[in-house]
Design a protein around this ligand. Sequence first.
Ligand SMILES: Nc1ncnc2c1ncn2[C@@H]1O[C@H](COP(=O)(O)OP(=O)(O)OP(=O)(O)O)[C@@H](O)[C@H]1O
Ligand SMILES: [Mg+2]
Length: 486
Amino acid sequence: MAVGQLIRTEVDLDRLLAQVIDAVTEAMQADRATIYLVDWARNELFSKAAHLPEIPEIRLEIGQGIAGHVAQTGDTINLERSSGDPRFFETIDHQTGYATHSLLCVPVKDRSGDIIGVLQLLNKHNATFDHGDEALLRALASQVAMVIETTSLYAQIRAPTTIPLHYRYNGIVGQSPAMRRVYDVVGKAAATDATVLVTGETGTGKSLIARAVHYNSPRRSYPLVSVDCASLPVTLIENELFGHERGAYTGADRRMIGKFEAANGGTVFLDEIGELPLPIQGRLLRVIQERQFERVGGHRSVSVDIRLIVATNRNLEDMVARQLFREDLYYRLRVISLELPPLRTRGPVDLEALAYHFLRVYAERHSKPVRRFEPSALKRLHKHPWPGNIRELENCIEGAVVLAEGRDISADDLPLASNNPRMRGTGQSTDLGELTWVQMERRYISAVLRVHQGNRSAAARAMGIGRSTLLRKIRQLKIDVATDSF
Ligand SMILES: Nc1ncnc2c1ncn2[C@@H]1O[C@H](COP(=O)(O)OP(=O)(O)OP(=O)(O)O)[C@@H](O)[C@H]1O
Ligand SMILES: [Mg+2]
């Protein structure tokens, strides 16, 4: 089987790797395959492509489990029977309900011989893996490495673009006193199972911090399951969270487990909790109090072992006063409460660190040789009256990276609205040559949608945001998808 043939027909790495694992399992008569990649900054492996319908992702510490062992040593491991081998990490089978019998695992090494991942096969049909299989899988692993080496993902694996001050919070930039206080609480919260309420203005990093709590907690090798409460109507969100029994309603032709069950052992992150409809707030309260619930259309109680993190940019206290949010639930949620500081209070050091962080991220993503800001550009960034939203800074730097010619970003490359503080929040621009944020965001999203012929899933992927976030933006910014000339 030639992986190279797939390369010519597929440009999307995720889809390509999914095809690779399908082809590998078929060629080698195995039941399932996984491609793990290393995340050296966190000393972890994560599943990049996997036959894993039960959970969204597997994370293993380097050295943990068979795959972790192979990533650490570079050895091939061939087990006739996984049970009984002390290196085997049974937790994953417990999480998925899948039974691993035989297992073959080889390292994925790049051209210079460094380990960048692991390729693993499970359960050879009617037999065990032999020496021929080992040689074949090693050959396939080197083809997989060649594919990965051609992508920008490879550069990230080799040299993480963020050099974290605090390695545990990889990807979170900022050393201001305000952020240090946040890290301090994240560290303490992570060690416990207490519910965490993350608040802060829009775009201040709430989702990022929620992830940090999970991945620094003892639950890190179990799933983190996120639900955006704003993106679903009442009836669907109930299904999404609690699942349903067969026959719960017309069309429910089989039982479906909900996010709470899918997260068993791990963490449920309820984003935009302020949007959770009142009837469901009551059901959530019961989950918090008893760690139990019923599937929609079911009578039997289901127990789950989960940790809850919630986030909102709304003022819940205010909502409680206006009887839009249950008071008892509010108190249950804010056991640990984490308020993220808006960008404007983080000071110039954080601003510059974030600007450089986004410069590296987007230079990589758009394959541009941009490396630094000209002093005048930095001056301009510092002078700009940033509101709270880091996403605005991020969009600005991405725009500048795209516009920049050569290695430096000039002040003119920065797509900034007027530097006049009086302009803030008006959504207007007096200077026709400059764009407001709203206009810029609108143009950016329209442009990406156009590139993807209006396909919102593809566009969201390209923008690095969730589909539901994109749909929300399209609504907020009143982008007319039908007539916006794609
Ligand atoms: N401290 C930080 N370091 C690096 N990037 C950050 C930081 N804070 C936020 N970001 C980036 O800014 C963007 C917004 O962050 P995030 O989505 O976590 O914010 P949010 O508060 O959840 O926003 P919303 O209210 O819209 O849901 C993301 O791209 C995120 O990666
Ligand atoms: Mg968010």
